[in-house]
Write a protein that binds this ligand. Structure first.
Ligand code: SF4
Ligand code: SF4
Length: 161
């Protein structure tokens, strides 16, 4: 087989698996159940956000990425967990995959973001990660930083619902 055919064949196989992945069913009941468990607290936090951007200055990823809004702590929460609550858990796989980089690659859960209203951004991002993981989706960490030594913090719930 020629090199061209081999490479074309590999591309087709890759595309086949990518399409297969994106068509995997999403268990919206499970997502809704997870959201409901922490609904009261999360809804208060989401509603309390005044979009003041004060947390942004304390996020080193935001500061080291030319203040790109996609690294702003509140942006990451509103566009992940906020979207899931808005949709009442009725997420599509494409929607979940869209959130992946936002909550993995754009955050290391360092806990440095300061919110004067006491909104716990890392906790909320960690919760959004748990929801995506429940659907078989997980992401990569900022390439230059690598993965934290113990990511188990992600699945821990320091405060009961
Ligand atoms: S999370 Fe807090 S600091 Fe950040 S934008 Fe919302 S209210 Fe402001
Ligand atoms: S926990 Fe995430 S959002 Fe907060 S400062 Fe660290 S990297 Fe930024």
């Amino acid at each position: 087989m020629s090199k061209f055919l081999v490479s074309r064949y590999s591309v087709l196989i890759t595309q086949y698996y990518m399409i297969g992945d994106s068509m995997q069913e999403v268990d919206t009941q499970k997502i809704k159940a997870m959201l409901d468990q922490k609904k009261a607290r999360m809804k208060i936090c989401l509603a309390a956000c005044a979009s003041c951007s004060l947390c942004a200055e304390s996020c080193f990823l935001f500061m080291s990425n030319n203040k790109d809004p996609q690294y702003m702590p509140s942006y990451k929460v509103v566009n992940s967990l906020g979207r899931l609550y808005k949709k009442k858990g009725k997420a599509t796989r494409v929607m979940l995959e869209d959130m992946r980089d936002l909550i993995w690659q754009n955050c290391v859960l360092c806990g440095r973001c300061y919110c004067p209203f006491g909104i716990d951004i890392p906790y909320m991002i960690s919760f959004a990660r748990s929801i995506l993981r429940s659907q078989g989706i997980s992401g990569v960490f900022p390439h230059t930083l690598g993965a934290p030594e113990d990511e188990s913090v992600d699945s821990q719930d320091p405060i009961s619902p």
